[in-house]
Design a protein around this ligand. Structure first.
Ligand code: FAD
Length: 410
């Protein structure tokens, strides 16, 4: 089948690799004139690593990324609430990786260029409009200035064009801007010393003020350093998004450092990490309401275009990668493309929508709020504040919904 993929982000490139491997003729169209390694750190959950490993990418991921050993929930004083084991030693079939988003995109791009042929990934091609009939989809592409770059035809079109998807807005014209929950995330990377296990993902604080931190570079670790990825969250009452969010908008440390000035943990000096940042970006925590339909005849939404969600608990990239596998399976098992795209939608939409909703309730980070409410000044023993069974049931419930619980129950 001839397949057009819109967007060469994590979802689009993974889908291209999966469909090419299944024998389809795939072409990817990306609006930017050059794909650059943008973003900061993300986590890839084990089932997503499993998908990428099936393309032979396991050695490359291991060479670049840090294997996450544990998710540690802490209070604002740096006291441990729960350490949830991750990675192969914790009973998962595949490791979980903390990785720079740009590094991951470059790994996927190189693999896709090699598999499909570099000319099959067309940069500087922004989808401008499209039509479909029973023979397929016709699409018009322009550059970002609006000059025509060409018209292309395919049997189906997969729209992995992100949270501002033009394909989604075609089918949902009244949706408007993404929804903001009032939290600003300042994100950065800092070269520092390894902390805790050297592969710990730590979330400290509570909903309104949180510091998330984890190392993302194998190369730094190999020379005894840590490339520390961090996110400082602060919540504001305003939820009116004034301008379109941008992953690359620079942030100012004076806007949030004062709130974290006293956060000096035995294992990490938070204000020092913030001060030593290589660069700082600010991003509002946005998502969109789940929709009832992703598949429209021969056109389908995938990844953030289908289910934009708060970047909580490592599901943004992971769910896009799981989509790639699912759509490939649907197209392999059902000959009629329209029915296959609907099958993909029917299988994935309820799962992804539930994660969107759970992330609005802070996902497993709700633990932080419970502990902060019950023991704002810290605790001697966490058992005095919350039962371990309750903690495990909250974390286990989220993992089950997101599809990555261990083979041996959490
Ligand atoms: C520059 C950038 C930086 C990011 N940094 C982070 C980060 O630091 N942390 C984090 O958690 N998440 C980050 N994300 C989001 C994260 O990549 C996604 O949530 C997740 O990986 C799902 O991927 P996706 O492929 O669905 O969407 P995305 O990764 O957003 O990819 C969408 C792609 O579609 C392209 N596109 C959009 N419109 C068109 C069009 N009309 N025609 C052709 N192409 C189009 C975009 O340029 C982009 O390359 C970033 C996204 C981007 C684009």
């Amino acid at each position: 089948m001839k397949i057009m993929i819109i967007g060469a982000g994590i979802g689009g490139l993974t889908t291209a690799l999966a469909l090419h491997k299944a024998g389809h003729q795939v072409e990817v169209f990306e609006q930017v004139p050059e794909i650059k390694a943008l973003g900061v750190g993300i986590n890839l959950l084990p089932h997503a690593v499993g998908v990428l490993s099936s393309f032979g990418l396991a050695p490359e991921l291991a060479r670049v990324a840090i294997e996450a050993q544990e998710y540690v929930f802490m209070n604002r004083h740096g006291q441990e609430i729960l350490a949830d084991a991750r990675g192969s030693t914790a009973g998962y079939a595949f490791p979980q990786y903390s990785i720079h988003r740009g590094d991951l995109q470059m790994i996927l791009l190189a693999a896709a260029q090699q598999a499909l042929g570099a000319e099959q990934i067309r940069v500087g091609h922004k989808l401008a409009s499209f039509t479909q009939d029973e023979r397929g989809v016709d699409a018009l592409f322009t550059d970002r200035a609006g000059n025509e770059r060409g018209r292309f035809h395919a049997d189906i079109m997969i729209a992995s064009d992100g949270i501002h998807s033009v394909v989604r807005s075609h089918y949902y014209p009244d949706e408007g801007m993404p929804l903001w929950n009032g939290t600003i995330m300042w994100r950065g990377t800092t070269v520092g010393k390894p902390f805790l296990t050297g592969g710990s993902v730590v979330k400290a604080g509570w909903t309104s003020q949180k510091f998330i931190v984890y190392p993302i570079s194998r190369q730094h670790a190999d020379r005894g350093e840590a490339l520390i990825n961090w996110i400082a969250d602060l919540h504001f009452d305003n939820t009116n998004l004034m301008e379109r969010e941008d992953w690359n908008r620079p942030g100012k440390i004076e806007d949030f450092l004062p709130a974290f000035e006293s956060w000096k943990f035995p294992w990490l000096d938070v204000p020092e990490v913030i001060r030593n940042a290589q660069s700082v970006f600010e991003f509002p925590m946005v998502d969109r309401d789940p929709v009832a339909q992703w598949s429209f005849g021969r056109v389908v939404l995938l990844g953030d275009a289908a289910h934009p969600m708060y970047p909580i608990s490592s599901n943004g990239a992971t769910q896009a990668i799981i989509d790639a596998q699912a759509i490939t399976e649907s197209l392999a098992s059902i000959a009629d493309p329209v029915a296959a795209l609907k099958d993909f939608q029917d299988k994935r939409l309820p799962v992804a929508s539930q994660i969107v909703r759970m992330n609005r309730q802070e996902g497993p980070d709700v633990i932080l709020d419970i502990v902060n409410e019950r023991a704002p000044d810290g605790f001697k023993h966490i058992d005095d504040v919350i039962a371990r069974e309750e903690l495990l049931s909250i974390v286990g419930g989220y993992k089950k919904a997101a599809g990555h619980q261990q083979r041996s129950a959490a």
